[in-house]
Design a protein. Structure first.
Length: 131
């Protein structure tokens, strides 16, 4: 049973993301994405699911509008930095790292991926990213 309201669904999707059920979160979020605005949690959570699945270009497409509306948002900029890094666009990755006032080089994102893997040992994307 899934909630029919976007706000209630975002809580469920956050739980799915926390336990690595990215496709389940994406399936629910897609129902609300076309109707959502950049202020809702839907694009942020959908982008997070797509980054976790290694679908970097889709994540960038989903989160661009949010980053334009909220240029200093730490979470969005970190997700975009990781997505651009996954696409091999180090310049854009660094730009978003700086936009969120994140004082780390893109190469220092490895510890964040290790932390992601520690929090979710079944995160195969983090495993692949770390080699």
């Amino acid at each position: 049973l899934e909630p029919d309201q976007e706000e209630a669904s975002s809580g469920l999707c956050e739980a799915y993301l926390a336990v690595g059920r990215y496709s389940d979160a994406e399936r629910i979020l897609r129902k609300f994405y076309d109707k959502s605005d950049v202020c809702s949690d839907t694009p942020r959570l959908l982008g997070k699911a797509l980054v976790a699945e290694g679908r970097y270009q889709e994540a960038v497409d989903v989160m661009k509008g949010v980053a334009e509306a909220w240029p200093k948002d730490l979470d969005i900029n970190m997700q975009l930095a990781e997505a651009y890094q996954g696409l091999g666009n180090e310049e854009a990755a660094q730009k978003h790292a700086e936009a969120g006032q994140i004082s780390l080089a893109v190469s220092e994102m490895v510890p964040m991926k290790r932390l992601r893997l520690k929090n979710n040992p079944m995160d195969t994307n983090a495993m692949v990213d770390l080699g």
